[in-house]
Design a binder for this molecule. Sequence first.
Ligand code: G3I
Length: 457
Amino acid sequence: MANSSRAPGRSRRLRAALVVSAAVGLLATAGAVVLPGSASAASTLGASAAERGRYFGTAVAVSRLNDSAYTTILNREFNQVTAENEMKIDALQPNQGQFNYGNADRLVQHARSQGMLVRGHTLAWHSQQPGWMQNMSGTTLRNAMLNHVTQVATHFRGQIEWWDVVNEAFADGGSGARRDSNLQRTGNDWIEAAFRAARQADPNADLCYNDYNIDNWSDAKTQAVYRMVQDFKSRGVPIDCVGLQSHFTGGSNYPSNYRTTLSSFAALGVDVHITELDIRNAPSDAYRNVVNDCLAVARCKGITVWGIRDSDSWRSSENPLLFNGSGQKKPAYDAVLAALNNGTTPPTGNPTTPPPTGNPTTPPPGGGCTATVTPGQVWGDRYNTSVTVSGASTWSVVVAITPPQRISSTWSGSPTWDSSGNVMTMRSNGSGNTFGFTTMMNGNSSARPQIRSCTAG
Ligand code: G3I
């Protein structure tokens, strides 16, 4: 039996069961007014999802990062990104042995500067292969595919939370068969070989199988992917998650059994992700249902929409996204945000974390503003904190973390870090006066963030 174990890491910790602390104690935090209880309704998708222990992300086209209207929405609303095209095989290895990481690295750097998690998309796929790979077959192709997986996962090691290791390997229709492709013709074990290579190259990334039209529990394709994941789990093939792309169109609507699909995959012992959500004409009901279904399944880790504005969409004529071409919020946006804010909290499990005790320290000298800390939700492995600044509309707040605790994601601000990674300077970025962040405990469940200063301007 193959060994699927790996060192505990960032992703492994994120996958730990969600445990809600019954009570969050009063924190005493340097220089800050500290309020008990959880934050009030969040005003952005990422912040609201984070309060539910999830992410809310978007596909990003790197070429659009020069469009300030685009990046303003991206930085304000989302705490996870997927490269729409820049991490595909043809983009990363246009000629055999010649890797081109420029655009993908740019996206990763942007995401990290904003505290966003990155989903890698995708290591092995029948589509978007460079010409040299399309012309290969047999052992030569198998080895080239495995080399690509190894090289790319190694290059991005430590920066990718989840990899779509294999994308779209099953056929449409009622056959339940694998899709015919040059990769499939190298042997039925090509998928598990790709997962094993990915695990070896980046033991701390979560490894996902990603596909479309696996949303309806009754569909043969959904059942076929389910059986593959079940088989992989039983044989120790290293798979951690399934991505449901969820491109809902006229021909493939949001199915009423979607929640059953999510929970059925989760029951196999994998996380589920909604990875490429867009819905023809963006009906609020369908968007709301997707959010509620994800919130109802503890192992549903988050939702990624496939683009920001309708004009950014791969099927822009269907207006399937949450922002219109002018960057204004559509009714579906309001429905999603309300569903996230009203959503059920993650289910209570075995509490493993005592309420935080805090670290009282002396308030710092005034810098023209005040930072008020509100403790957020606490899980077994991590906790949220939000900070509200008063007295200034532009500001920077310095927050120190006690290692081995580590901030894993932030929202509604622009963070920079000192060289130790333990001190974060959060600057206002136009998304209001409240920012937030998630801290991984890494074995220290009592320490809490210290506000070192709040400086106006
Ligand atoms: O950038 C070039 C441009 O220079 C050139 O002039 C133009 C001419 O066709 O092509 C441009 O590249 C296009 C690229 O999108 C960027 O716009 C490619 O042709 C086009 O094939 C590519 O389409 C992408 C598609 O995947 C194929 O890889 C879409 O943007 C992208 O949204 C879509 O995403 C996929 C997921 O990866 C997997 N699931 C389905 C989803 C939707 O098809």
